[in-house]
Design a protein around this ligand. Structure first.
Ligand code: ADP
Ligand code: MG
Ligand code: MG
Length: 920
């Protein structure tokens, strides 16, 4: 490819016979060339060309044509804008073939063949050259067309379109110059629709358009049909390296060496009168998934008129009543294509004098809601298997059902402002703020909903991003600072809107004529990447959507991982169960301590000066804890419930140090101004109490509390605490068992690093459990286990497994301790820089670091099971709801993942994907 030297003669012969052109009816030859694989055909012919050829093979009516390959494009660009040897001759031969197929001649004024040149890469790509229609017209040929069709209006409308498209698309003339003239003619003739302009108007405009081309592009509009074709072909090739196309590929992660194909195709005309039309339709409803054609068309119109929005389009239901036989024919074709591609199709069609032609088909874009419904319907229609349905829906799409969404009808009624990369899902509606301070001020002080808009974001902007409903940037890709921060905090975001011009001085942004000022409302959809003008209504989709529920039950058939949930309260457990959780993987007992009526008792326990006082407080906590567990056990009837003993450092239950110091100072000052004895006494008491708190806080103060006296260390130092919690668990279990429930408690020790910690805790547990069961004459099935969240615990998992009957990875602490970084500090600091600089491929707190943390987990699983082969091993904590981490958990052989109740549906699907991927 990089070889600049001209090929030796022997090679040249080979090059000349190389095929760069395939007729649509020659798809088998293309398949042979790439070795039979359809992806290869798409790579060679581009998506549009490959499917046009495929439709031709399926006997779908497609106007005859051919594709110039992506290979030709790459050779052309590498050679410094030179067609590869032989290519043009092959194009000429292919034109002769379609002349024969249509009985018309390219450039012939009596019976002219007109063609379109259409770009088409492997992946659909905005930013590349569009289409040029009606190639082959000139001053002579247009007269022939007028005579042949006896329709001068049609002939000149077609001609001016060629000049206009050729001018704007091939020669880069600003399309507005043409559109302004059409608008002026509409006013002059006082008509609303282009279709009502007479032949003379179009005739006159054709001349004016040519003058515009001459003036703006500095060349004459080419009158030779083959010159038109050649220039259009070159323009398509060159557009592959246009700035917008390169930017788009960079942002979307598409390789730069794919190249684009050019499709040359016989024109069919939707602008030949009232029995002609053009339109686009989806084989199913793209927003709801309903199984009926959905789309828009225009009678007596051509090409892009439908999407251009100049004329009001008709819905497909109108076609059904206006042209019923054609509609049925179209339905049959749509069904045939769905059957062939096993997917919903997005179809472009034209009706010429009552004859239906298909101009494009591809898999249709759709909302997550439609994706789910279509997948389920297609299984029931026998079009795809359950496995295909499960594979097709992405876990991120299940996310759709969890976030607010923009109202579809409102979207249709408003103006689309911009489209960028969909980097963080969900809808956001708010007023535009152009810097972080303004965003924060408006949100916090004025209670306004804000969308923060910046060219790009930096760590200094994070406070504004956190205060905003949504984030919009004109630069940056999927791994930009804005995208990372947005995903991390679940803020909807659209980034990389390259056409967006942000003027930070005049405080406004614009795309073309659309201007949005600071303080104006916009709405963005981080799921699709669309941005709209105005304040659109939102709704929260239903997670109990029947199609989703069915799909998830299919996912359950494929997955091997269990899906459990983290829940501290019975209502969360109930919800988790409704979403399909098969157990509680983590109940954090300390959350119950934070309830307002319990805090004083917890504080009494911490402040007590002797063991008696402490035990008194602990005894008061016992019935409260027991009550908590009873509710949980009832909600999880028949399923395991893992209860973790107290974990955080005790100072978290006391007032903050700085606050105490400040309060004390205030009280002392106040004291000097009192003369009322009762007041003085009350204040002195208060001072004494606060001072006692302060002394205790200072005594408990640690440099690194997260590495200090917490977790099992507390349980060892305050055995009464462990005893109380275990007693509460077993008393609750006994009571609920007596009431007829099936209870499976599992007691989990946090933050262990040495087997002796487990040994000691297990002794305590066993004696209490035995006592409670004996007192009540009831046996409860239970397990004793530990979290693995300190590297030493993982490294000594074989020893740990002698006491622990189960492991649960606490990957948040494990990530902190394996990396030696503190999450809170790092995420607000260097971590974002690290990810942006590519030092870390992604945030290890969002997705488990496979080579470090994941490797250690894998070792611990193997070591643990070496000691105890049937050891139950899972993961609790945020990673348990992250699809990539779930795949890792599957691969290292965990039994379950446990995540927040809301993420249970996502985890069920992700676990199915993991199982299916590991089979393949
Ligand atoms: P895009 O990729 O932007 O959709 P296309 O190549 O599909 O560009 O062309 C856009 C539209 O132009 C098509 O939807 C169709 O309406 C019209 N068009 C393209 N080629 C032809 C043709 N040979 N005959 C009639 N209309 C055509
Ligand atoms: Mg287009
Ligand atoms: Mg198209």
């Amino acid at each position: 490819m990089t070889d600049q030297v001209a090929p030796a003669p022997s090679q040249a012969v080979e090059v000349e016979t190389h095929r760069y052109v395939y007729l649509f009816k020659e798809v088998e030859l293309a398949e042979q060339y790439v070795g039979g694989d359809w992806e290869g055909v798409r790579g060679l012919l581009g998506g549009k060309g490959a499917n046009l050829a495929d439709m031709t093979r399926l006997d779908v009516p497609v106007p005859p044509g051919f594709t110039v390959t992506t290979e030709a494009c790459n050779v052309y660009l590498d050679a410094g804008d030179q067609f590869p040897p032989g290519m043009w001759e092959q194009v000429l031969a292919a034109v002769t073939e379609i002349e024969a197929a249509t009985g018309k001649t390219f450039g012939d004024a009596q019976n002219p063949l007109l063609i379109s040149a259409r770009s088409g890469a492997k992946f659909s790509m905005p930013g590349m050259m569009d289409t040029v229609l009606n190639i082959g017209l000139n001053d002579e040929v247009v007269k022939g067309v007028a005579a042949l069709t006896e329709d001068e209006r049609f002939a000149y409308d077609s001609y001016r379109r060629l000049v206009q498209m050729f001018g704007s698309v091939v020669l880069g003339v600003d399309d507005h110059l043409f559109e302004d003239i059409i608008e002026a003619q509409r006013q002059k003739y006082d008509v609303k629709s282009d279709a009502d302009l007479p032949a003379d108007a179009w005739k006159e405009m054709t001349q004016t358009f040519k003058e515009i081309v001459r003036r703006e592009a500095g060349i004459e509009f080419p009158t030779q049909p083959f010159d038109q074709l050649k220039m259009a072909t070159e323009a398509v090739f060159k557009s592959w390296n246009g700035k917008r196309a390169i930017d788009y590929r960079n942002a979307a992660g598409i390789a730069h060496d794919l190249g684009t194909a050019v499709n040359i195709q016989t024109m069919v005309f939707g602008n030949m009168g009232e029995d002609s039309a053009t339109g686009v339709a989806m084989s199913r409803n793209a927003s709801t998934g309903e199984n009926e054609l959905e789309g828009d068309f225009l009678i007596n119109a051509q090409g892009e008129d439908v999407v251009a929005g100049i004329r009001i389009t008709e819905p497909m239901s109108t076609l059904k009543s206006a042209m019923p036989t054609l509609y049925t024919e179209f339905e049959d074709i749509a069904q045939k294509l769905e059957g062939h591609y096993h997917n919903m199709q997005d179809l472009e069609f034209t009706i010429e004098n009552g004859h239906l032609w298909l101009l494009q088909t591809r898999d249709g874009k759709r909302t997550a809601q439609a994706e789910v419904r279509i997948a389920v319907d297609m299984v029931e229609e026998g079009l795809i298997t359950k496995e295909q349905a499960v594979r097709r829906v992405q876990p991120a799409q299940v996310d759709f059902f969890l976030h607010p969404q923009l109202d579809e009808a409102a979207i249709r009624a408003t103006t689309s402002f911009a489209e960028g990369l969909n980097v963080s899902p969900g809808a956001a509606v708010g007023i535009v703020a152009f810097d972080a301070d303004t965003a924060e001020r408006w949100a916090k002080e004025d209670g306004l909903k804000v969308i923060m808009v910046r060219p790009e974001t930096k760590p200094d902007d994070v406070h504004g991003m956190l205060a905003a409903q949504g984030i919009l940037t004109s630069r940056g890709g999927r791994t930009s600072h804005a995208a990372l921060v947005a995903r991390q905090f679940g803020t909807p975001a659209v980034v990389g809107v390259s056409e967006l011009e942000i003027d930070l001085i005049s405080r406004q942004m614009s795309i073309g004529d659309l201007v949005v000022k600071e303080g104006d409302w916009i709405s963005l959809d981080g799921t699709t990447g669309n941005v709209y003008l105005g304040e659109l209504p939102t709704f929260v989709p239903d997670i109990k959507n029947p199609y989703l529920l069915k799909l998830l039950t299919w996912a359950d058939e494929f997955r091997e991982l269990g899906v459990w949930a983290n829940a501290d309260y019975p209502r969360d457990a109930q919800r988790a169960r409704e979403y399909g959780a098969e157990g509680i993987g983590l109940c954090r007992t300390e959350h119950m301590f934070f309830e307002p009526e319990r805090m004083p008792i917890v504080q009494q326990m911490i402040m007590s000066k002797n063991v008696e006082d402490r035990n008194e407080a602990i005894d008061k906590l016992l019935p409260l804890q027991r009550g908590d567990f009873e509710g949980l056990f009832k909600a999880m009837d028949g399923l395991p419930v893992i209860i973790r003993l107290i974990d955080p450092p005790l100072h978290e239950f006391l007032p903050a140090h700085d606050e105490l110091v400040k309060d004390l100072a205030d009280l002392k000052i106040r004291l000097q101004h009192f003369d009322n004895m009762a007041q003085i006494e009350r204040t002195l008491d208060e001072i004494q109490e606060k001072q006692a708190f302060l002394d205790r806080v200072e005594a408990l103060k640690e440099q690194n509390p997260m590495l200090g006296t917490r977790g099992v260390r507390l349980g060892i130092l305050i055995p009464e605490l462990t005893k109380m919690q275990v007693r509460a668990i077993f008393e609750a279990a006994v009571k609920v068992t007596k009431a007829g429930y099936d209870v499976h408690p599992e007691v989990m020790i946090p933050l262990t690093s040495h087997v002796n910690e487990l040994r000691s805790q297990q002794l305590t547990l066993e004696s209490v459990a035995k006592d409670v069961m004996a007192e009540n004459g009831i046996e409860v099935n239970y397990k004793f286990g530990t979290m693995i969240e300190i590297p030493r615990a993982a490294l000594t998992a074989d020893e740990m497994a002698e006491f622990a009957e189960f492991f649960s990875f606490g990957t948040n602490d494990l990530t902190q301790t394996v990396f030696g970084i503190s999450r809170d500090d790092a995420e607000a600091g260097f971590l974002v820089d690290y990810i942006q600089m590519g030092i870390l491929p992604e945030n290890p707190f969002a997705t488990i670091d496979p080579n470090g943390v994941g490797k250690l987990m894998d070792m611990a699983v193997k070591a643990g099971r070496a000691t105890r082969p049937n050891m139950e091993i899972g993961i609790c904590g945020e990673h348990g709801g992250d699809p990539k981490s779930i795949e890792l958990c599957h691969n290292i052989g965990l039994n379950y993942v446990s995540c927040s109740p809301f993420r249970v549906p996502i985890a069920r699907l992700a676990a199915a994907h993991a199982a299916l991927n590991s089979k393949a």
